[in-house]
Design a binder for this molecule. Structure first.
Ligand code: ADP
Length: 648
């Protein structure tokens, strides 16, 4: 046992965000108050898992793990309820760090939203965020925690009335584990505040929310024992009752488990307060046997795109909890999938290092990923409106994340594209799948057209879009950063290659009359084009006539195989600067600025003012794309000069 210094009792302030969350709990925005018990039981169960694991790994740890359990102790007279476990417990520092603060990312923003949200949205929002322990303050006006960490001799007593402060003090007679005592508010059934000292109430909450927990949840009950002889007296005995069945859901036959049970299990492992969007089960037989129970959440967590975002799948070995967030079980682009995988043939003290090298585990990951993708694919292809709606929700919440797989998981490339949806010029508010796009393609269209950009608005207004809009050709609008990376890598769907409308030549109409007109135009503009090539040679690699413009004077396009400016920017941000690639300036032979320039050039090719106009033309083209000007100061001077001339 470690030497410990005794601390004075002290009063401390909750961290600002914790205070805000507590206030919300005290003024309970959540109408179903019974869930506080689910949260406390869930924590207790986790603490027991952790103790069993630690005692397996750390042989020195001197603890008795022979009767790990949870106990509900009620006192109807004092109106208290205690949830006690003999799990891992907390040190004083743990108590202060874990209970007095909220360390999760995104907390501040969420609280902000919550405080502004209306009643009804509040409970929705809180689901994005397990409030856990604090939910005790929905039903209690004072909470006392007495805890002692396994292996330590001194315990800690924590107490708070849910206002801005709490007290912590050392105690020397705390049993190992944690006891959370709630000093209950008065019963108010209209407000969902039930009598949480009543055995019937407690029994029904446990069966509803926590039946599957792997540890016994015990409660002392009174039972009337009938008299043994006819004239004897009946007797009231106190006995301990186990309230939960402790059956692992994934090991029970599918038909026996209800949706509600799955939903509660999901909430336990995910700390989500909302139901899952979809539940998946998988059973692998043979030499490497495992069962998986996986869930798609209905909402993306706040930290989906932060660096420390956790993977959601827990690993069990033969029903024993081994680890949370087991990265080896899910590829990163499916990190939002929650669930449990129970493997029969791994050792109980399997480590992360072993998992990383295990071939079977890699095969398992591939299989689980396929299961997720095929489940989503089932939703996409379903005839049922409800499934289609689920898919929409799914893609809306997780699509950006799933698309990372187009870059990182070449094996599933086609399957990922098949479940992807994209914005398109066809509709302002409805996305399209690629199958739908291809189905609408006219027979002679060979490519899936797309344009990338930073926002839908910028893409829609891009000059590149003009001919496509006027001819009614559908173009996909790709605005996620990740889109640049996979689409540029030569993607195709059902044999149709993707084609950027900002690259290469565009030939939307190939009628012979047009071809003849093209030839004449080319001759007329030959002189101007040649001169522009020289004048703008620092900026562009070629100048040519465009068939993609209707209203803009010019646009910049890339060569077929060139990286887009956006992608170059991304590489730069990632610290991999690539040399800038010059693009091609396409000019619109119908535009007054271009025809005017041609005439002036024909009249006097040496007029110095012509060079300025060429620079202005190039600059405005960049601006129209939302790009930065290479020399804004010079551009502004030139423009002011020209405007003054115009007025003079
Ligand atoms: P969450 O469970 O979502 O992490 P909580 O606020 O419920 O958030 O709990 C915060 C942390 O406090 C837990 O992650 C755990 O480390 C610790 N904790 C809570 N209850 C217990 C308990 N009964 N035994 C041991 N540790 C606990």
């Amino acid at each position: 046992m470690t030497e410990q210094v005794m601390h004075e009792s002290e009063t401390r302030e909750f961290q600002a965000e914790a205070k805000q969350l507590l206030r919300l709990m005290v003024h309970s925005i959540y109408s179903d108050k019974d869930v506080f018990l689910r949260e406390l039981l869930s924590n207790a169960s986790d603490a027991l898992d952790k103790l069993r694991l630690e005692s397996m790994v750390d042989k020195e740890l001197d603890v008795d793990t022979s009767d790990l359990h949870i106990e509900l102790e009620r006192d109807p007279v004092a109106r208290t309820l205690t949830v006690r476990d003999n799990g891992i417990g907390m040190s004083r520092d743990d108590v202060v760090g874990l209970i007095g603060t909220i360390a999760r990312s995104g907390t501040a923003e969420l609280l902000d939203k919550l405080t502004r949200a209306k009643e009804t949205q509040g409970s929705e929002l809180i689901g994005q965020f397990g409030v856990g322990f604090y939910s005790a303050f929905m039903v209690a006006d004072k909470v006392t925690v007495v805890t002692r960490r396994a292996g330590e001799s001194t315990g800690t007593r924590w107490e708070s009335e849910g206002e801005s402060t709490y007290t912590v003090a050392d105690v020397d007679d705390a049993p190992q584990g944690t006891a959370v005592t709630l000093h209950l508010k008065p019963v108010d059934t209209d407000d969902g505040m039930h009598d949480y000292t009543d055995t019937g109430v407690l029994r029904s909450i446990v069966t509803r929310y926590s039946d599957f927990l792997a540890w016994p949840i015990r409660m002392e009950v009174e039972r009337v024992k009938p008299a043994e002889t006819e004239d004897g007296e009946s007797e009231t005995v106190r006995e301990s009752e186990t309230l939960n069945s402790m059956k692992a859901l994934w090991a029970r036959p599918r038909s026996e488990v209800t949706d509600a049970e799955y939903a509660e299990f999901y909430k336990h492992i995910s700390h989500d307060w909302a139901d899952p969007l979809e539940t998946m089960r998988l059973q692998a037989e043979g030499t490497f046997e495992y069962q998986a129970l996986l869930f798609l959440p209905s909402r993306a967590p706040m930290d989906l795109f932060t660096r420390d975002a956790k993977r959601g799948v827990q690993l069990y070995v033969k029903r024993v909890f081994i680890m949370d967030d087991c990265e080896e079980l899910m590829p990163e682009y499916l990190r939002f999938v929650k669930g449990v995988v129970d493997a029969q043939d791994l050792s109980l003290n399997v480590s992360r290092e072993i998992l990383q090298q295990d071939r079977q585990i890699r095969a398992m990951q591939r299989r689980l990923a396929k299961k997720v993708l095929s489940t989503v694919s089932g939703l996409v292809r379903s005839e049922e409106q409800a499934d289609r709606d689920k898919y929409r929700t799914f893609w809306n919440q997780f699509g950006t994340c799933v698309k990372e797989g187009l870059v990182t998981d070449p094996d599933n490339h086609a399957d990922i594209l098949a479940i992807a949806s994209f914005d398109s010029t066809r509709s302002a508010d409805e996305q399209t799948t690629l199958a739908e796009y291809v189905e609408r393609m006219p027979e002679d269209q060979e490519h899936i057209y797309y344009l990338t950009g930073r926002s839908r608005e910028m893409v829609e207004k891009s000059p590149h879009m003009e001919a496509f809009t006027s001819k009614g050709v559908e173009v996909l609008i790709l605005t996620d950063q990740i889109d640049e990376m996979w689409v540029e890598a030569g993607a195709e769907f059902q044999g149709k290659p993707f084609r950027s409308i900002a690259k290469g030549e565009v030939d939307l109409d190939s009628g012979s009359a047009d071809d003849a007109a093209d030839e004449t135009a080319k001759e007329e503009f030959a002189g101007l084009l040649e001169w522009l090539r020289t004048t703008l040679s620092d900026h562009v690699k070629d100048v040519r006539l465009s068939s993609r413009l209707t209203t803009s004077p010019a646009c910049l396009v890339g060569d077929e195989g060139d990286l887009s400016p956006e992608l170059l920017r991304i590489y730069k941000q990632m610290g991999q600067p690539l040399p800038d690639i010059k693009r091609i300036l396409e000019i619109n032979p119908e535009h007054a600025l271009v025809t005017g320039l041609r005439e002036s050039h024909a009249k006097n090719a040496d007029d110095p003012a012509l060079g300025d106009v060429a620079q202005l033309l190039y600059g405005t083209t960049l601006l129209a794309e939302g790009e930065e000007l290479p020399d804004p100061h010079r551009f502004a001077q030139l423009l002011a000069g020209r405007l003054a001339d115009g007025l003079g």
